[in-house]
Ligand binder design. Structure first.
Ligand code: NSS
Length: 429
C-alpha cells in the first residue's frame, strides 16, 4: 500500500501502486470515470476505464458518490492536466463503503460548516491546519527537551483563578464548587522547586462571552516556568521557542503551508531577536496613528493590529501598567507603575500569542491584592507557601496554540485552528 504523497513525490511513472482513501471529486464521461482520490497525505486523479477493470468495479466506480471509501490498484502515469501532474490508471477499483449524498457542497455558510464540523474536518484546509499544528507542537516539544525542560501534567480541575475571575467555568465537584483551569501557571510554579525548568500542554478554559475571531472557550495552552530566570531570560526563551516551532512547521509542512496560502519563506526568515517595545512606546505609536489611547488603555485586537500590521517579525510589548495585569507579576523597579512582563504579538496584524512575566516573590504584595479583590484566601494558601520555603526569582509564560496556528496558517478566525471549536454559542458536535 502506498500513500498519495509517496506516489506524487517520486518518479513512479509506469509503476504499479495500491492506494486507499476517499473519493474527493468524481465525474464520468462515456466509458471513463475520473475519480480524484484523497488520503491523509494528498489527492490524486484515478481514471477508471471500462474494460480495464472488472465490470463490477466499473459499475461501482460510476455510481460511487464523493466521500465513498475505496481501494484501488493501478499504474502511475504522467498527466499534465491532473492535480499534481500524475494520475493512476486503475486496474481494480473496490468500493469499501458507499457514501450517501454528502451534506457539504461548495460555498457553504459558516454556520452549516460548524454544524457539520465532524464532516468538514475532512476538508483539505482542515487537514493542512491539523498537520501544521502538529508540526508546531513537535517543534516546541523538541525545543523544550533539547533545553532540559521537563514536561509535567498539572490538574485541570482547580480552585484558583490565575487570570480574570469573571471568565471562570464553574463545575459541580462532588459536594463543592471547582473551576476548569484557565492556566497551569501556579502549579508549574510549584513544580520548579523540584524540577527547575518545566512545561505543560493542557486545555485551558475561558468563559469569554464576547464573540471574537481570536477567543475560544477551550484552547490548548503551552506554558513554561523556570527557576532563576528574569523577564529578559523569559523573552529569550519565547523567541527561541517560537522560532523553533516555525522552523519545524516549514520543514515538515511546506505543501500544507502553501495550500493555506502561507509562503513558507516568510516564516523561514523569522529568527531572534524580536523587537521589544515598551508599553509607553506602544501608546505613543498608537496615538501617532490617530488612536484614542492613553496610559492605562488596554491593548485589544484593534490596537494590536495597528502595531503589528506592517511587521514581518513578532514584537514584544513590555512593562504594562499594573492595573491591566494580574497580581502575580513582579513589580518593575525601574518604573513601579509597571510590571516586569511582556506580551508577544504576532506580525501581519495577528496580535497576542503569548503572555508572560517574571513572578512576584513578595507575599505581602500578593496578599494585599487578593484581599482587595475579595478572593477566598484559603484557596491561595498553598500558592503563597511557595514564597515561604526557599523562594527564588522565576519567570514563565503561556502560549495560545490556536493563536499561533491562526497566524502561521493565515486563518481569518481562530475557530479554524481547532477541530471542534468551543465558543459561547457552540458545544455541538
Ligand atoms: O491569560 S494569558 O495571557 N496568560 C496566562 O494565562 C498566564 N497565566 C500564562 C503563564 O504565564 N503561564 O494567556 C496566555 C495566552 C495568550 O497570550 C493567548 O495566546 C492565549 O493564552 N489565550 C487564548 N487563546 C484562545 N482563546 C482564548 N480565550 C484565550 N485566552 C488566552
Amino acid at each position: 500500500m502506498s500513500s498519495i504523497k509517496q506516489v506524487l513525490s517520486k518518479d513512479m511513472v509506469g509503476k504499479k501502486v495500491q492506494l486507499r482513501g476517499w473519493i474527493y471529486r468524481t465525474r464520468s464521461s462515456g466509458g471513463i470515470v475520473f475519480a480524484v482520490l484523497r488520503d491523509a497525505t494528498g489527492i490524486i486523479q484515478v481514471t477508471v476505464k471500462k474494460g480495464n477493470v472488472p465490470d463490477h468495479d466499473f459499475e461501482d466506480a460510476a455510481k460511487a458518490a464523493i466521500e465513498s471509501s475505496v481501494m484501488i490498484e493501478g499504474e502511475v502515469a504522467e498527466d499534465k492536466r491532473a492535480p499534481g501532474g500524475f494520475e493512476v490508471r486503475a486496474s481494480r477499483f473496490t468500493v469499501v463503503g458507499f457514501s450517501e449524498p454528502f451534506p457539504i457542497t461548495e460555498y457553504q455558510s459558516t454556520e452549516l460548516l460548524l454544524d457539520q464540523r465532524h464532516l468538514w474536518i475532512r476538508s483539505r484546509e482542515q487537514n493542512a491546519v491539523a498537520k501544521v499544528k502538529a508540526a508546531l507542537l513537535k517543534g516546541a516539544r523538541d525545543w523544550f527537551h533539547e533545553n532540559d525542560y521537563v514536561e509535567v501534567t498539572p490538574p485541570i480541575v482547580t480552585a484558583v483563578a490565575p487570570e480574570d475571575s469573571t471568565t471562570l467555568f464553574q463545575i459541580k465537584y462532588f459536594d463543592r464548587i471547582a473551576y476548569l483551569s484557565q492556566s497551569a501557571q501556579f502549579y508549574l510554579e510549584s513544580l520548579i522547586f523540584s524540577l527547575e525548568k518545566v512545561y505543560s500542554l493542557t486545555p485551558s478554559f475561558r468563559a469569554e462571552k464576547s464573540r471574537t475571531p481570536r477567543h475560544l472557550a477551550e484552547y490548548w495552552h503551552m506554558e513554561m516556568e523556570a527557576a532563576w530566570m528574569d523577564n529578559e531570560g523569559n523573552m529569550e526563551v519565547q523567541e527561541q521557542l517560537v522560532t523553533a516551532m516555525l522552523q519545524n512547521a516549514v520543514k515538515e509542512c511546506p505543501m500544507e503551508l502553501q495550500l493555506l496560502k502561507r509562503d513558507p519563506a516568510t516564516l523561514r526568515k523569522i529568527e531572534p531577536p524580536f523587537e521589544r517595545m515598551k508599553y509607553q512606546e506602544a501608546m505613543d505609536y498608537l496615538q501617532s496613528k490617530g488612536q484614542d489611547v492613553r496610559w492605562g488603555s488596554d491593548l485589544g485586537a484593534i490596537e494590536e493590529r495597528t502595531i503589528t500590521v506592517d511587521k514581518q517579525l513578532p514584537v514584544f510589548i513590555v512593562n504594562y501598567p499594573k492595573e491591566l495585569k494580574p497580581f502575580y507579576m513582579k513589580e518593575n523597579p525601574e518604573d513601579p507603575r509597571t510590571y516586569k512582563n511582556s506580551d508577544l504579538l504576532a506580525p501581519e496584524g495577528y496580535g497576542e500569542i503569548i503572555g508572560g512575566s517574571e513572578r512576584e516573590t513578595d507575599n505581602a504584595r500578593m496578599i494585599a491584592w487578593l484581599e482587595e479583590k475579595g478572593e477566598n484566601m484559603d484557596n491561595y494558601k498553598w500558592y503563597l507557601d511557595l514564597r515561604k520555603y526557599g523562594s527564588v526569582p522565576h519567570s514563565g509564560f503561556g502560549l495560545g496554540i490556536e493563536r499561533i496556528v491562526t497566524w502561521v496558517c493565515k486563518l481569518d478566525h481562530i475557530r479554524d485552528a481547532i477541530p471542534y471549536p468551543r465558543t459561547v454559542a457552540r458545544v455541538y458536535p
